[in-house]
Structures are given as C-alpha cells and as structure tokens.
Design a protein. Structure first.
Length: 81
C-alpha cells in the first residue's frame, strides 16, 4: 500500500513539474521585420501573421535573446536605414 501511494505521488509530481521544465528549455527567438515600417525586432515565437517576416539566415532559430540581438546587428535589412 505504501509503495503504491509513493509511486502515485511521484507520478503526479513529475506530471506537474516536467511540462514546465520542457517549456523553459524550449524558448526560441526570431529576428523579424515589420513589412510596413521595415523595423526589425526580436520575437520569442515565430510570426504567423503577414505583418512580419523572419529575416536573416534561412531557418535560424536563436536559443537566447542575446544571440538574436547580436545576429540582428549583422542582418543587412535591419542595419540599413
């Protein structure tokens, strides 16, 4: 009885903790450009609307905001005014 109760408690705790841990690890950043204003920004999710376009090397997803900020400085459409 005690082992069953322990295993159930462990399974419940894991079910509550693991999704939050996976979410924290799955953060990604994109360098995007507004199609109207031509201003570049960094988003933490891929844009699905037609108002913004992902710019920079094709298929690149940055793991940290700092990486995305550094990359934005090298993207030609973001640096030219």
């Amino acid at each position: 009885m005690t082992l069953t109760r322990f295993m159930t408690s462990t399974a419940i705790a894991a079910a509550l903790v693991l999704p939050g841990f996976a979410f924290a690890q799955a953060t990604s950043y994109y360098v995007v450009q507004d199609v109207k204003t031509k201003k570049c920004t960094i988003l933490d999710k891929k844009p699905v609307a037609t108002e913004a376009t992902v710019v920079g090397p094709e298929g690149v997803v940055y793991k940290t905001r700092t990486e995305a900020e550094t990359a934005m400085k090298t993207v030609k459409v973001c640096t030219s005014s």
